[in-house]
Design a protein around this ligand. Structure first.
Ligand SMILES: Nc1ncnc2c1ncn2[C@@H]1O[C@H](COP(=O)(O)OP(=O)(O)OP(=O)(O)O)[C@@H](O)[C@H]1O
Length: 671
């Protein structure tokens, strides 16, 4: 019978809940944006309807009715909260009204709970009486006493739970931070040392994650003990207890000052450590330049200087810790002397007995240690939480430029238009790099972008690759502004090969194929042959399966470039951009690729006269503006900017000087 009624109750509740959700439907637009708060509000609003239904159905079993109503109302909200706290980045709780499938799950859980509750007791157990309520008043305490015997297992289980939560928190925070960082704009990475970002992942994320569960665990235990012991003390001798508890406000005051100082010093310490690590990283990356310019001594000096700053901060932190510990101990001693003095008076006047005094002093000692843990623990908790300040700053940082385009046309002509484009780097707002630039890169042609150093050629390429967005004006592909294209689609169709391209650790084959599924061997061979990479690949002992090493370091610069060209041509891009990627002798290559259909349009950036002369059309930039356009023959005849450029230093046909990011800044720029 009990089983029947236990089965009936969830069924009626399900109907009442469905009715409640229909009534709440108009509130969904208001509750949905509130996230977690909205989910709990929804649960609170459903609860009265469910409670009334349950009570009407089971008036003689109010405890069972309340339990059923509360279980059904809160299960989805509790689950949503855990999902939000422990789930994948972006996983958030949803309203029950927007996910009605949850209704069934919640009610099934409640039904199971009620059936288990109503199931007959096992043989030998206490038989159910008609009153339902257990008659033995000591049952709960006896159960608790039994539980207490299992405290070690319980403690170990709790510890495992805390450790599991720490591990999950670390993984989720690290994932969330990483997925946020990879969407940041380039200026963010230029302004933030890589070592600082590494430190966030390897040191700060684990520290922040440990601080919450561990700190909460420790603080909660000490708080409970302090309150209990404090209550006993007040019960024993209220006047003395108030005097002894003076330690708390004084302790809080000194710890607040100490905490503020510690946080500031810790922040400086973190910055100093990141500076030292960044220095080491930069020196290792630029070791060849350091050797060439025999700058080892300077580097050593710089490193010594960074270490000295770090050490000084560490010493200051330790000094301040010693000072504040001393202040705290003196305060503690002063209050204990006061308590002893007063207790002596009370003993003399007969207000307290010697037994009470001894007990009181023992309690005072006990509470002292718990207050210490509370104050230091809270201080540590705040400091660790403050260490995460940078992490929250990064997470709050919104990337500029939208990646939300949706267009993915099946065919592209590869016609590029720069329409009155102006651009200024945020790091140098006084210096406009492109000024009202308008030019076209026609489909089926090879267009070369020429101009002296610093005239804005690479910046124009960065805008076409959408590494940056123009300040004003538009860059169009087949007449459609670039931001309207879907992000991955655009980067499959517009492909850039640079002078010194980056290869990934792995084989040559893996580097050329790079995520392109269902690629035929014949297409691979065709792309490699067109890129001029076939000869050197066949000459290698392991051919296509040769490991290229970290960043392709086991290949020569020219070989790396040819592998990157093969990778680009395999994708048959609508627009192929070659930024100083063609050597002398390659000048006819771009036209051949266009004719063979390996690329629809090619934009070449070069300083090499032979490469420029081989283009179908030229766009000459000077100080960020277009100064000439036309075919190479027309421009030569005109004897204008292009001819002057050919006569200048860059027209020698010699390889260009090392670019920013390779040698510049290695030994000089940093300082
Ligand atoms: N990240 C940056 N922040 C600030 N200014 C920059 C940045 N990158 C480039 N510039 C400046 O923009 C201008 C144009 O640089 P860009 O690299 O586009 O020229 P370029 O024509 O490609 O030169 P080169 O032929 O030497 O490669 C230069 O004055 C350069 O100093």
């Amino acid at each position: 019978m009990a089983l029947l009624s236990a089965g009936l109750l969830p069924g009626v509740l399900l109907a009442a809940d469905a009715l409640a959700l229909v009534l709440l439907a108009p509130l969904v637009p208001v509750l949905a944006p509130l996230g977690l708060v909205g989910v709990w509000l929804e649960a609170t609003l459903r609860l009265p309807v469910l409670a009334v239904a349950a009570w009407l159905l089971a008036p003689r079993h109010p405890s069972r009715a309340t339990a059923a109503a509360v279980t059904v109302a809160t299960t989805p909200a509790v689950f949503g909260t855990f999902q939000h706290l422990l789930g994948q980045p972006g996983a958030g709780p949803g309203l029950l009204a927007t996910a009605p499938a949850w209704l069934g799950v919640a009610h099934a859980a409640a039904a199971l709970a009620l059936l288990a509750w109503a199931a007959p007791p096992v043989p030998g157990g206490v038989s159910e009486t008609p009153g339902d309520v257990p008659k033995s008043p000591g049952t709960v305490w006896r159960t608790l006493a039994l539980t207490w015997e299992e405290r070690k297992v319980l403690g170990a289980a709790l510890l495992c739970l805390v450790l599991a939560i720490v591990a999950r928190l670390c993984k989720n925070l690290s994932l969330r931070l990483f997925s946020h960082l990879v969407h940041q704009d380039l200026d963010f990475f230029q302004g933030t040392p890589a070592a600082e970002l590494l430190a966030q992942f390897s040191l700060e994320v684990p520290r922040v994650c440990m601080s919450v569960p561990m700190g909460a665990n420790q603080l909660l235990r000490s708080l409970v003990m302090a309150v209990v012991v404090g209550t006993f003390m007040v019960g024993l001798a209220p006047g003395l207890a108030l005097l002894a508890l003076l330690e708390v406000p004084f302790g809080i005051a000194t710890h607040r000052i100490q905490s503020a100082r510690k946080q500031a010093l810790q922040q400086s310490m973190m910055e100093a450590s990141a500076r030292t690590a960044a220095g080491v990283q930069e020196s290792v990356a630029a070791i060849e330049t350091i050797r060439i310019y025999s700058a080892e001594k300077e580097e050593e000096e710089q490193h010594r200087c960074n270490l000295a700053k770090e050490l000084k901060l560490k010493e200051q932190m330790e000094l301040e810790l010693a000072f504040f510990t001393l202040v705290h101990r003196v305060l503690q001693l002063f209050i204990r002397v006061l308590v002893l003095f007063r207790s002596h008076q009370q003993l003399r006047d007969g207000y307290i007995t010697p037994g009470v005094l001894v007990t009181f002093l023992l309690y005072q000692d006990r509470i002292g240690s718990h207050v210490q843990v509370l104050l230091y623990g809270f201080n540590e908790f705040l400091t660790n939480a403050a260490a995460g300040q940078k992490i929250w700053e990064y997470l709050d940082r919104k990337p500029t430029g939208s990646l939300g385009g949706t267009r993915e046309p099946p065919e592209l002509q590869g016609h590029v238009t720069f329409q009155k484009v102006s651009f200024t780097y945020p790091g140098n707002p006084e210096h406009p790099v492109l000024k009202d630039v308008t030019f076209e890169v026609r489909s089926g042609e090879v267009t070369a972008l020429a101009g002296p150093n610093g005239s804005g050629k690479s910046t124009a390429v960065a805008l076409l690759e959408r590494l940056r967005d123009p300040g004003s004006g538009t860059v169009l592909l087949d007449g459609i502004p670039l931001p309207e294209y879907e992000h991955q689609y655009l980067h499959r169709k517009v492909v850039l090969v640079e002078q010194d391209p980056l290869l990934f650790s792995g084989t040559i084959r893996e580097n050329v194929v790079l995520g392109l599924e269902h690629c035929k061997e014949s297409e691979l061979q065709e792309a490699a042959t067109a890129a001029g990479a076939m000869d050197f690949i066949q000459g290698l002992e392991q051919g296509w399966d040769t490991e290229v090493g970290e960043h392709g370091g086991r290949l020569a610069a020219g070989e790396r470039r040819r592998v990157a060209l093969a990778r680009a041509l395999l994708r048959r891009p609508a627009v192929l951009i070659l930024d100083e990627a063609l050597d002398d002798g390659d000048e006819g290559a771009a036209q051949r690729w266009v004719r063979a259909g390996l690329a629809q349009t090619v934009l070449v950036v070069s300083h090499r006269p032979r490469v420029l002369d081989a283009a179908d059309r030229l766009v000459v930039l000077g100080h960020g503006a277009v100064v000439e356009t036309g075919t190479p023959a027309e421009l030569r005849e005109r004897c204008g900017a292009y001819s002057r450029l050919l006569l200048g230093g860059d027209s020698t046909g010699q390889p260009e000087a090392p670019r920013l990011g390779s040698e510049k800044g290695a030994a000089s720029g940093r300082r």
